[in-house]
Design a protein around this ligand. Structure first.
Ligand code: HAM
Length: 419
């Protein structure tokens, strides 16, 4: 009997070669930028008790209602693979009583997240996030710095075509004034709404605005920005003023932006790219001043974000067809006969030590094949070493872009190609 074919689970994929390199490059870029802003790394478990997520993301969020991968631990406790990073980092903050240490805590994380969503381009069941959580400050400077920090990561990685949508969804106090007004409006439109929205509107009417099916139908809904309390309004005005000082980031106010997770208050933001299809959100985040307390810690304001690594990498690829995948230059060293193998081997190592990528020699293969292989892997140069070169202690350098070739003394090779 034939065995069923083994395949990666639906909505997951293997990362390999140029794509894996780009993931790595983005992670390194983010690490460098996080350092500039004094953030430190935290690694939390890939799974947590399911109630951590239901208590933080909200019982009525899509993620909690239908997208978590849960399992029981030998029948004792129910766990879920983490669908996002914030809940785990807040749990870490509360469990370790970091608030007692006082002041400000700036944390970042990176790793895979899991959501049982219907897979499509840019939407996976296992996807990667890079994010930060900034505990302590309640003022809008922290919100604005988060927006600048993420934009800096995207730019340094090579993305230019994106904008940041921003909004304020107020605090518990002003949302309490907005909610009945929104509910009154939704009730007047009840006949147009899906069953899910009709059910949700009494529990969490804001989420109805976020509904993919019904959101676009509700163009004349009352807006949160008209209900902000004095403090929230001042917070939002300062946030916008701070962002307007940065000429190089495209900021767009979107008064209809609400987030799919329940823990947010005041500032919310989302980075969108026209280079992606329907799943255009590269990153998203916002302030969540009540979550630490909600999870058993002392009241601690906080703000954070997460970017979707899969999507940021895809946006760079579609935005720049050459896809800057490899950051280091590559050379292929080709020994032209058996006697050249040892010197070519030595030469390869010397070049690697100088920071060039040099794949392992392929002795015995025809020159023509080796040259076309060098082109296939995107090498910048082929370094040819044969009898003549050995006699004169030279190498032949072939520039694979221009096809020019030149003999240079072995000792000048690095100078020549770096020059
Ligand atoms: P989120 O909007 O659910 O926020 O996810 C952030 C980003 O993760 C999205 O903008 C998207 O780029 C990526 N993403 C989400 N789901 C998928 C998926 N199924 N496939 C591929 N990429 C995906 C959060 O997760 C919050 N924890 C962000 C945050 C941190 N807020 C405060 N602190």
């Amino acid at each position: 009997m034939s065995q069923p074919t083994l395949k990666a689970p639906k909505g997951t994929r293997d990362l390999f070669g140029a794509e894996a390199d780009s993931f790595h490059e983005l992670e390194e870029t983010a690490r460098r930028v996080f350092k500039l802003f004094h953030f430190s790394e935290v690694r939390t478990p890939l799974f947590e008790p399911v109630e951590l997520f239901s208590r933080s993301l909200g019982e009525t969020s899509d993620v909690v209602e239908k997208e978590m991968f849960t399992f029981s631990d030998r029948g004792e406790r129910v766990y879920a693979l983490r669908p996002e990073g914030t809940a785990g980092v807040v749990r870490y903050f509360v469990e370790n009583e970091l608030a007692k240490k006082g002041g400000i805590h700036r944390l970042f994380y990176m790793g895979p997240m899991f959501r049982g969503e219907r897979p499509q381009a840019g939407r996976y069941r296992q996807f990667w996030q890079i994010g930060s959580e900034f505990f302590g400050p309640s003022d809008a400077v922290a919100d604005a710095d988060t927006v600048l920090m993420v934009s800096m990561v995207l730019k340094k990685f090579g993305l230019t075509n994106f904008s940041v949508q921003v909004n304020s969804i107020g605090c518990k106090k002003c949302r309490a004034d907005y909610r009945p007004e929104l509910l009154k409006y939704l009730k007047s439109r009840e006949g147009d709404l899906s069953e899910e929205s009709r059910r949700r509107m009494n529990v969490n009417p804001l989420r109805v605005l976020d509904s993919k099916a019904d959101g676009p139908k509700l163009k004349d809904a009352p807006l949160m920005k008209d209900f902000l309390c004095v403090e929230c309004k001042a917070h939002h005005t300062l946030f916008l003023d701070l962002l307007s000082t940065s000429q190089s980031i495209k900021i767009e106010e979107n008064p209809r932006l609400v987030r799919g997770l329940d823990y947010y208050s005041r500032s919310v933001f989302e980075w969108v790219s026209p280079d992606l299809g329907a799943q255009s959100a590269l990153a998203a985040g916002g302030r969540y001043d009540d979550l630490v307390e909600q999870l058993g810690g002392p009241a601690t304001p906080a703000v954070g974000f997460a970017l979707g690594v899969d999507r940021v990498v895809a946006a760079r690829k579609s935005g720049s067809p050459e896809g800057k995948t490899s950051s280091s230059k590559t050379a292929m060293v080709i020994p032209l006969d058996d006697k050249a193998v040892v010197p070519a081997f030595q030469q390869s190592q010397k070049m690697r030590e100088a920071g060039l990528a040099v794949p392992t020699l392929n002795p015995g293969k025809k020159l023509k094949n080796q040259l076309s292989q060098a082109v296939d892997i995107g090498a910048n140069w082929a370094i040819l070493i044969g009898e003549d070169e050995l006699k004169t202690d030279q190498v032949t350098v072939k520039d694979l872009a221009t096809r020019d070739q030149k003999r240079v003394p072995s000792s000048d090779l690095l100078k020549h190609i770096n020059g």
